[in-house]
Write a protein that binds this ligand. Structure first.
Ligand code: ATP
Ligand code: MG
Length: 440
């Protein structure tokens, strides 16, 4: 991508409305734009990051055996009347009428709709287990939308829904998502800690919020500090192994971890003092087993091996991609801007032409740009005629992991500089060596 032909509206000044660093940097880097309160456009640079986040989420959902579909944002109120949640949901739900005066709503979540899809076609236990997911916009009319896309009214959610014949089956489905979430957040460069969450009238222990520690987080959290170094399940994890997944779950829930709503002072105090961590956190995911809460009122049942009908046991599993992007920035930035983990960086490399119009600089940059693009890298080529200082500031701000800098003096001796955004380390090397480093 040539910067001269791209759309990346960088802000020079710090936007006054931004209270936290991720919001400020997303606005300054031209990633998002607020369209009305808590409703955002994702501009091209932001869209690239969001797409990469979603690709990792999707990859790990698929690995765990979940199946992707796509459900609409607009839903009929009737489904929600069946479950009883139409009246219960309150003002967070955006209610709409169509031209025939039929009550509709902009979905805040999809339990009812997916249960409807399930009951219309699954009739036998032989078709279970089943886990269906989509990555779709949601709307919740939050009382206090804030911090940019961290807490917005329209936001994206990956929501998965599992269906099982028995509670034991549902536990295995839960453990699959539990392990998939550990892997997902790890690939996004984050350490997310599963913390016991309230299960309400369902009871039991099967609800966890995945929390990232950050000073700007909205939740107060308490946990054992060993969570910081616990091993993440590997890529070859067998998701069909009931014992294997149970062992992962047991390991990751053996240490104390709770948000303030579930905090047990006495249990926390039993953790040796030096191992206690009390901090603030951001909820990036939430998984929940809720049994037959929806299948009973909505009549979602299958025939079991005993020939009788059984209401299915369900769970739901959410991740917020549009919250994850700012959460990653909260965890990874410095005074000059964002520092993207390579897995979600909008571009892999930025090539900076320090003197556009100078034949040798232009030729060198074109050569590098073409070679790296051909090798499958996402390359941003800063071919604008801005001052070198502006270009460096922009490159640091948008956080691309590697900068290849071509200035007239170095280029005259066949060299360029390669800068690592994270460490700031710079290395001078031949043009060929710079290309080879990233092509290999
Ligand atoms: P919160 O406690 O932060 O309001 P929630 O518990 O209502 O969130 P869930 O229903 O568990 O959220 O939704 C699953 C995931 O969707 C959350 O873990 C979060 O990542 C994301 N999410 C929820 N609400 C928002 C929002 N208003 N803006 C952005 N992401 C959100
Ligand atoms: Mg939640």
């Amino acid at each position: 991508m040539r910067l001269s032909r791209y759309f990346m509206p960088i802000l020079k000044e710090n936007p006054k409305e931004a209270e936290i660093v991720s919001h400020r940097l997303m606005l300054r880097a031209g990633m998002i734009r607020q369209q009305s309160q808590g409703i955002y456009s994702w501009l091209p640079l932001g869209k690239r990051v969001l797409d990469k986040v979603n690709a990792i989420i999707r990859d790990e959902q698929n690995r765990a055996g979940a199946i992707e579909l796509s459900m609409p944002t607009l839903q009929s109120a009737e489904l929600w009347q069946e479950s009883g949640r139409y009246d219960a949901y309150g003002k967070e739900m955006l209610r709409i009428k169509d031209r025939q005066d039929r009550p509709m709503l902009y979905g805040p979540t999809n339990e009812e709709m997916v249960t409807d899809i399930f009951r219309s076609s699954v009739k036998s236990y032989k078709d279970l287990p089943l886990n269906l997911y989509h990555i779709q916009l949601k709307f919740r009319d939050e009382i206090r939308p804030r911090f940019g896309t961290m807490r917005s009214r329209e936001f994206m959610m990956k929501d998965a829904y599992s269906f099982d014949l028995t509670r034991e089956g549902a536990e295995h489905s839960y453990n699959k998502m539990f392990a998939a979430y550990l892997r997902t957040f790890d690939r996004l460069g984050l350490r997310a800690i599963p913390m016991r969450a309230d299960t309400g009238p369902i009871g039991g222990k099967l609800s966890h919020e995945f929390i990232i520690l950050a000073d700007t987080g909205e939740s107060e959290v308490f946990c054992h500090k060993d969570f910081v170094d616990l091993d993440i399940p590997g890529a070859h994890t067998d998701f069909d192994s009931v014992e294997g997944l149970q062992a992962i779950f047991d390991k990751w829930t053996s240490l104390y971890a709770a948000t303030s709503e579930m905090h047990d002072e006495a249990a926390f105090n039993a953790v040796p003092e030096g191992d206690r961590l009390s901090a603030r956190g951001i909820e990036v995911g939430h998984i929940f087993y809720f049994g037959t809460k929806y299948s009973e009122p909505m009549g979602a049942k299958v025939q079991g091996p005993d020939g009788k009908e059984h209401f299915v046991h369900m769970g739901s599993y959410g991740i917020g991609p549009t919250r994850l992007v700012p959460a990653i920035i909260e965890a990874s930035h410095d005074d000059n801007g964002i520092i993207w983990p390579a897995s979600v960086a909008p571009f892999d490399i930025v090539v900076i032409n320090m003197k556009a119009g100078d034949q040798a600089c232009d030729d060198t940059c074109e050569l590098i740009y073409a070679a790296l693009t051909k090798a499958g890298k996402d390359v941003l080529y800063d071919d604008t005629d801005d001052r070198a200082g502006t270009k460096f500031a922009t490159a640091d701000l948008i956080g691309v992991p590697v900068q290849i800098i071509a200035g007239p003096r170095a280029v005259a001796s066949g060299e360029v500089e390669v800068k690592d955004r994270k460490t700031g380390a710079r290395e001078t090397m031949t043009i060929e060596a710079a290309i080879n480093r990233f092509v290999a």
